[in-house]
Design a protein around this ligand. Structure first.
Ligand code: CA
Length: 225
């Protein structure tokens, strides 16, 4: 699997490059934005790690341009620490995840693996998590072979959680992805989670939708705990 790193800080790029090579990825590096966009356009990658502040072309505009040309390669954005604006803007431009600097390499590797796995699952069009099956084209859901009827909003919420299997989504992130720019409140998310649990988890011994107190929600299979 080939990963592109677009990062102008040579030391950081090198740490990521070395670590990913040790984890058996093939790695290419661009130290400025124009070259990064050129590589991302001309070659196929499993994932792009994209810094925001770059010479010639910033990460946001690279992300936006790739998405506008229907390039759906997963993008992990490196953001300034605690910058909500960076995170939100990156997601708006089509990034799949973000990691604040400075970060532990292990955390970055976990994100890289999750994004690549998620991309593979999504390309399969059916998301299977334990006995839960989601057909993302038909927008239909089965648990243990039984069809579950969901409202469009419940479905969107379930797909958002399932496509980030094992990753904790904050209420804020869920709002952004499921409710887009519509007005909503964090208790709306909680209310929809309750509805979804009744339909997805109530009749099963294995509860897939988990609350992470003080943070948000995650959908994960029990054996990963
Ligand atoms: Ca930079």
């Amino acid at each position: 699997m080939r990963v592109l790193i677009v990062e102008d800080e040579i030391d950081i790029a090198e740490i990521i490059r070395q670590g990913l090579i040790e984890a058996h990825y093939t790695v290419e590096v661009a130290h400025e934005g124009k070259r990064g966009l050129q590589l991302a356009t001309e070659r196929t990658y499993s994932l792009i790690i994209l810094d925001i502040m770059l010479p010639y072309r910033d990460g946001w505009s690279i992300c936006e341009e790739l998405r506008s040309h229907r390039n759906h390669t997963p993008i992990l954005m490196l953001t300034a620490r605690d910058s909500v604006r960076d995170k939100v803007k990156g997601l708006e431009m089509g990034a799949d995840d973000y990691l604040p600097k400075p970060f532990d390499f292990d955390e970055l590797l976990a994100r890289v693996r999750a994004l690549i796995r998620r991309d593979r699952v999504h390309k399969g069009k059916t998301i299977k998590i334990a006995d839960l099956e989601i057909d993302t084209h038909a927008r239909s859901v089965h648990r243990s072979g039984h069809a579950i009827a969901l409202t469009p909003r419940e479905y969107d919420l379930l797909e958002a959680l399932a496509s980030h299997e094992g990753q904790v989504l904050t209420r804020e992130t869920i709002q952004e992805r499921v409710w887009m720019d519509e007005e909503s409140y964090s208790n709306t998310v909680d209310a929809y989670i309750r509805l979804l649990r009744k339909k997805i988890d109530a009749n099963s011994d294995t509860k897939l939708i988990q609350t992470v107190h003080g943070v948000g929600y995650t959908l994960r299979r029990a054996e990963e705990d």
